[in-house]
Ligand binder design. Sequence first.
Ligand SMILES: [Zn+2]
Ligand SMILES: [Zn+2]
Length: 218
Amino acid sequence: MLVRTPAPMPTESLFGYILRVSETNGYDTPRHILNYAGYERGSMRSAIFLVDKLAEILGCNVSELEAIAYYIIDENGKRTFRIRNHNLGTKLPIEFLRITKPSFCPQCVQEHKFIDAFWDLYFAVACPQHRCQLLSTCPICKMYLRWFRPGLLTCNCGTNLIDSALEPASWRGRANGYYEGETKLCINTRLAQYLALSDARTGESVIALINLANGKTW
Ligand SMILES: [Zn+2]
Ligand SMILES: [Zn+2]
């Protein structure tokens, strides 16, 4: 069992949660926790990440972590992808979850103290609250951010990511296909439309996520 076992927040990113648990326990990378729990190397490079071993070292029920899991196997052996408990079906378009190249709004992370699952979505390209583009590379070492880093806001080179200057959301946004203004959508609408059309179930979730960006519940 780990010394510190914070509970996941209802809207937290699963991999962001693993990084938060690692940081809270004083590790410089989540790799130690994954090794300790018995996960294979490379397990955090795929959405097919089962939370049972993680629940064991956290001393909590598997269902508590399944609430934020990307992939679950139910009691009948049925496998489904999920985000925030939305059923995304048995196949996941590769363009749906931003698993290997995390991005996020540093100001939101500093305010909320966790990484929201909204940033796990490829079509989330800006922060509706702070109206900035997302951080995907370290401003100092220029490397892509990785889940294997010391903390939510700490790069492997030691840089505090809250100090990153980010482009305002309105600048490059139009070229990327997202729009803001009255709807306050900070998503890549072309990608969202493509995903919404690609599969009925995924489409339902995309629409739900658009409602989230509009400040509605989903
Ligand atoms: Zn923000
Ligand atoms: Zn860096």
